[in-house]
Design a protein around this ligand. Structure first.
Ligand SMILES: [Zn+2]
Length: 436
């Protein structure tokens, strides 16, 4: 049984729903979608190495998580229900100070497992010791764009060290020569990176032709401090430093004003909405989706780190996004189900420059099968409605990335070992931090 997992093979997925129609999907052994539609099985049955009985399942492009700190899965449930600054300074940072390369590897593996289990096939990650994150991503078969969280704290000496760390990670990821793993530049935020540091990041990303991943306007304090220090709002400050590009993903964006939304639209920036984290840490304002949409901004979805969510289920995130927008802006027509689902799929793929996010011939075979014969999909008046408002990641039965089967009927090889090693690593991390 194990030999069907993780390897290149041609696959026929028979009897699935694609956009409301009963279809079959044929996956070429080069990892692309060969054909999708009614009756494909008759033409391709003989040539498939593997036949998956879709059993009436709903086929979707694999979900894309555009803002995460994957290794923080080890901090899941360690500290909750606190003021943001206290939470960071008393709980999160003291624990993070004791993280080892092996912890990053085990935490990222746990995160990848959770993502595959809930239908996510690609993620955009910012953290440190990212060489270990790359090792975990490589082994689990998922896609990732990885960046080193660049934090110079306005010190020229620290800036030099952060530049070298960024260069080293990009060089390392290139040396892996794994098409599923890409590098990005990760200036953490305007309050942790100097203007000189931001300019260096923008220049290096352009030179290397890679993306930029940054936190933007998560809190009102960030906006007020920026105006006091630079005499302008955060988006304008980033624009002056060259950070706003069509290859930039800006996370949170809770406190943007209308002019900043227009600016992001003109620059072609993608925004990653992180509703669970924003609500849990009480940022006191929801990302202004209506302004971003009017400005033509590509809005995607992300979970943020596991310590502020506390899971990586993008189905839950899509529902939370739709509810938060409606509640916060007092408009039940805002962010309808089909737009929330697009945020979690096609928009995320576009933000990361991936050709996936769609189930058409020639696209990378990043496909998930959501079980239809289950309570949350019964009745099936409207699959999109069920997927966003009724289902969760546990409804995903099969996950395929780059044409490779990563989960089949909820089975993932090696799951028990990943869980037990992550649990042990988390326990030992807390023990080290408490005895320090
Ligand atoms: Zn974050």
């Amino acid at each position: 049984m194990d030999d069907i997992f993780g390897r290149q093979q041609s696959i026929l997925i028979a009897d699935v729903r694609v956009n409301g129609k009963c279809s079959d999907i044929f996956v070429n052994d080069d990892g692309t979608i060969g054909a999708a539609g009614e009756g494909i099985r008759r033409e391709h049955k003989g040539e498939a190495d593997l036949i998956i009985d879709g059993n009436g399942a709903i086929a979707l492009p694999g979900l894309v998580n555009t803002h995460s700190h994957a290794a923080m899965s080890l901090l899941r449930g360690y500290a909750d229900d606190m003021i943001l600054q206290d939470w960071l300074s008393q709980k999160i940072w003291p624990l993070e100070a004791h993280l080892t390369p092996s912890d990053i590897y085990r935490g990222t593996k746990l995160a990848c497992l959770e993502m595959i289990k809930s239908g996510t096939v690609a993620f955009n990650d910012m953290y440190f010791m990212m060489e270990e994150a790359a090792r975990a991503v490589d082994e689990t078969g998922i896609r990732a764009t990885l960046c080193y969280g660049f934090i110079d704290l306005f010190s020229p000496e620290k800036r030099e060290a952060e530049c070298r760390a960024t260069e080293n990670l990009v060089r390392h990821i290139r040396s892996l020569n794994n098409p599923r793993i890409k590098a990005a530049v990760g200036p953490h935020a305007i309050y942790t990176v100097s203007p000189e540091g931001l300019r260096w990041c923008a220049g290096f990303a352009a030179q290397e032709k890679i993306g930029i991943h940054i936190h933007l306007s998560e809190t009102e304090k960030e906006v007020n401090d920026c105006i006091a220090l630079h005499g302008k709002r955060p988006a304008a400050h980033l624009d002056d430093c060259g950070i706003l590009t069509p290859h930039t993903i800006a996370a949170h964006c809770c406190w943007l004003d209308e002019a900043e939304c227009s600016l992001l639209g003109r620059r072609g920036v993608s925004v990653s909405h992180n509703p669970s984290s924003n609500m849990k840490l009480a940022t006191n304002r929801a990302m202004p989706y209506h302004w971003l949409k009017a400005a033509g901004v590509n809005v995607c979805l992300g979970t943020d780190g596991c310590a502020s969510n506390n899971n990586l289920d993008m189905f839950g995130e899509a529902k939370t996004a739709a509810l938060l927008q409606k509640f916060s802006w007092n408009n039940p027509t805002l962010l309808p189900a089909h737009e929330a689902l697009a945020m979690a799929t096609a928009n995320g793929a576009k933000g990361l420059g991936l050709a996936s996010g769609t189930l058409v011939t020639g696209a990378p075979a990043d496909i998930i099968l959501v079980t239809a014969r289950t309570a949350c999909n019964t009745p099936l008046h409207n699959a999109t409605s069920n997927l966003v408002y009724s289902c969760n990641g546990g409804t995903v039965g099969t996950t395929i990335c780059d044409g490779r089967v990563l989960m089949l009927d909820r089975e993932i090889p090696g799951e028990e070992q990943i869980l037990s090693e992550a649990a042990t690593a988390a326990q030992e991390l807390v023990r080290r931090a408490q005895s320090a």
